[in-house]
Design a protein around this ligand. Structure first.
Ligand SMILES: *Cc1c(COP(=O)(O)O)cnc(C)c1O
Length: 385
């Protein structure tokens, strides 16, 4: 299916709504039935019916159809946040007594789900360094049911070899889930490597304007409908129609935003790589990165995130550098119009810290601003180091 068709036409039936170009927000909780027989049919197949908005809603369906197509999946189901989608996907594959192998250092709340939440329900989790596929292989036990990936993962952007880990899962009868938020559905499509469920935080690139939240799971119709009937309907973490509408609006410009972000990031990274105060850059699309070849094989392009290690042992200098930036906002998240930094130093206070990240790491996200404007800002702030 062509990208332009997916983003501009797929799932949109304008004759149903006065030929309006923008889709309507179906702001309703309920859909009425004409006859008992209609209601009977809907109850028998609620996953494919419009009965109640905690199940399906037409504005949300439009988004689901487009995202499924972008990932090359049969079907998709939308949630109110990325972590709701991650949690529902993970829970859908597990029962008490099962075991999961997960990459170490995933997104923070995925880490909490794996380390603190699942063990409460009798699920064991082993976290492994995913840069070496052998670590996944060695961690597999007879009761392993799920191999969980996030490639590249959060903050330091290590990759996993998706095709090899997926083949390993198939050998051992395990399912696979990947958090694909980093790459966006344009620059990496894990279903082509055999992954069962692909998850995104739509809050990031898909929304693209830092004004709404959402999540999506893409996969086979059978797996998605099973999630609908169990985790989706019972946990109730639905995407509101208005938020689906904002995400649809974001999708229209996804390719142009991604191209701009990727090109600007290449320019900023090239500048930083030559700077003496930058000790190291965590950026898979650098030819010097140990996983450069894998990055080029799995991903179509770089995106806007990278992390720098600044050359100093003094945390106060890191604070000064971050506080001196005039045009980068200091915030969580990424994928919007605005450039951001996220300092690992924020995890440290009075000499104590939580987490495994060194305090001299600063994560960057390059937004839609002029890259030279951003470079000038970094240049003046680096005086602090
Ligand atoms: C932000 C993020 C999430 C969580 O998404 P929310 O929409 O904030 O719930 C999950 N995974 C990754 C990789 C993220 O960056």
């Amino acid at each position: 299916m062509e990208l332009s068709y997916i983003l501009n036409e797929l799932g949109e039936d304008r004759e149903l709504y006065y030929n309006a170009v923008a889709p309507p927000i179906l702001q309703t909780s309920n859909f009425a039935c004409k006859t008992v027989d209609d209601m009977r049919r809907m109850l028998q197949n609620e996953a494919e019916s419009y009965l109640y908005t905690r199940g399906n809603n037409p504005t949300v369906t439009m988004l689901e159809q487009k995202l499924a197509a972008l990932e090359g999946a049969e079907h998709a189901i939308a949630f109110g946040s990325g972590i709701a989608a991650v949690s529902a996907a993970v829970l859908s594959q597990l029962n008490a007594g099962d075991h999961v192998v997960c990459i170490e250092k995933p997104y923070g709340w995925t880490n909490v789900l794996m380390k603190r939440f699942l063990p409460r329900f009798g699920v064991e989790v082993t976290m492994v360094d995913g840069t070496d596929t052998e670590n996944y292989r060695r961690a597999i036990r007879p009761n392993t049911k799920l191999l969980y990936m996030e490639s590249p993962n959060s903050f330091t952007f290590e990759l996993q070899d998706i095709a090899v880990i997926t083949a390993l899962a198939k050998q051992h009868g395990c399912s696979t889930i990947i958090d694909n938020s980093f790459a966006s559905p344009l620059y990496q499509n894990p279903i082509q490597f055999g992954v069962d469920l692909v998850v995104h935080s739509c809050t990031k690139y898909i929304g693209g304007h830092s004004d709404t939240m959402g999540g999506i799971i893409c996969g086979s119709r059978e797996m998605i409908n099973r999630i609908f009937e169990r985790e989706y309907m019972t946990l109730g973490a639905i995407l509101a129609p208005h938020d689906a509408w904002l995400l649809l609006r974001g999708l229209r410009t996804l390719p142009v935003r991604m191209e701009r972000v990727a090109a600007s990031t290449r320019k900023v990274v090239a500048w930083l790589e030559k700077h003496p105060k930058v000790d190291r850059i965590y950026y898979p699309f650098s030819p010097s990165h140990p996983q450069y070849e894998l990055a080029k094989r799995q991903m179509k392009s770089n995106t806007g995130q990278f992390t720098i290690a600044l050359r100093t042992d003094d945390i106060r200098k890191i604070d000064n550098f971050c506080n001196s930036l005039q045009h980068f906002l200091m915030a969580a998240s990424w994928g919007g119009h605005e450039s951001l930094i996220y300092p690992a130093a924020a995890y440290y206070s009075n000499g104590t810290h939580k987490g495994k990240l060194d305090f001299n790491l600063v994560r960057f996200y390059i937004g839609l601003e002029d890259p030279d404007y951003l470079i000038k800002d970094i240049e003046q702030a680096l005086v602090a180091i």
